[in-house]
Design a protein around this ligand. Structure first.
Ligand SMILES: Nc1ncnc2c1ncn2[C@@H]1O[C@H](COP(=O)(O)OP(=O)(O)O)[C@@H](O)[C@H]1O
Ligand SMILES: [Mg+2]
Length: 210
């Protein structure tokens, strides 16, 4: 069997923002998927906020993820048949938030990313950069403990990309969320609190060059 992660171990304090780097195929996406419980590891433990999520069975794991995790993907993963606001408020509805409250919080999350006036737009009417900002609003609307982003700027032009990481960072900070971002952009990575490199299945602390 080919092991992708072998002893990858790190402790991230609440509210810290961490960049994860590593070459293609090093297991960055696998790591984020395991941290969020989308994939299961064959061995090892993931603890979030003192809770051992590896011990949770479905559907408890699904409920935990829905309540406590926000995920931003490289290719946005918005639902094309829903409009912008519907995409953002969906997670609130899944968490049992009522209609008026879901609408209010969805619009507030869109305002946070500067897209309040696009609430009724179809997703495909937005640019890539705007779609990623909607995805950020969706990832944060339920105030997750853990915000995960897998190469969130990988599919954006430079100008849009330059907006996305600072936005993720400031919204994660103001919401008190722990942020893990996979990024290849070393300059952007250093705007976060800490950089970890995934190499040979392990996480290595990267020291900032002077
Ligand atoms: N569903 C899968 N089944 C088998 N191997 C996979 C699967 N997903 C990823 N891999 C392998 O796991 C390794 C890590 O992949 P991935 O986590 O996507 O790396 P990264 O995000 O760093 O590019 C790679 O060798 C990849 O080929
Ligand atoms: Mg990947």
């Amino acid at each position: 069997m080919h092991s992708v992660l072998r002893g990858a171990d790190a402790t991230v304090p609440a509210g810290q923002a961490v960049a994860i780097t590593g070459r293609s195929g090093s297991g960055k996406s696998t790591l984020l998927n395991i941290v969020s419980g989308i994939e299961r590891a064959d061995a090892g433990v993931v603890e979030v906020d003192g809770r051992n999520i590896t011990a949770l069975a479905e559907p408890a794991l699904t409920l935990w993820r829905r309540a406590h995790v926000g995920f931003v993907y490289q290719f946005f993963n918005l639902v094309p048949t829903l409009d912008v606001l519907e995409n953002v408020r969906l997670v609130l509805e899944l968490n049992g938030v009522g209609n008026a409250e879901a609408r209010r919080r969805g619009l507030a999350a869109l305002a946070d990313v500067g897209l309040r006036d696009r609430a009724g737009s179809a997703v495909d009417q937005l640019s890539g950069g705007e779609q990623q900002r909607v995805a950020i609003a969706r990832a944060l609307v339920h105030r997750p403990t853990l915000l995960l982003a897998d190469e969130p700027t990988g599919n954006l032009d430079q100008e849009s990309a330059a907006l996305v990481l600072p936005l993720l960072l400031s919204l994660a900070r103001s919401g008190g969320a722990m942020l893990l971002v996979v990024t290849h952009d070393a300059q952007l990575a250093w705007r976060l609190d800490r950089v970890l490199e995934l190499r040979d299945g392990r996480l290595w602390e990267v020291a900032q060059s002077p």
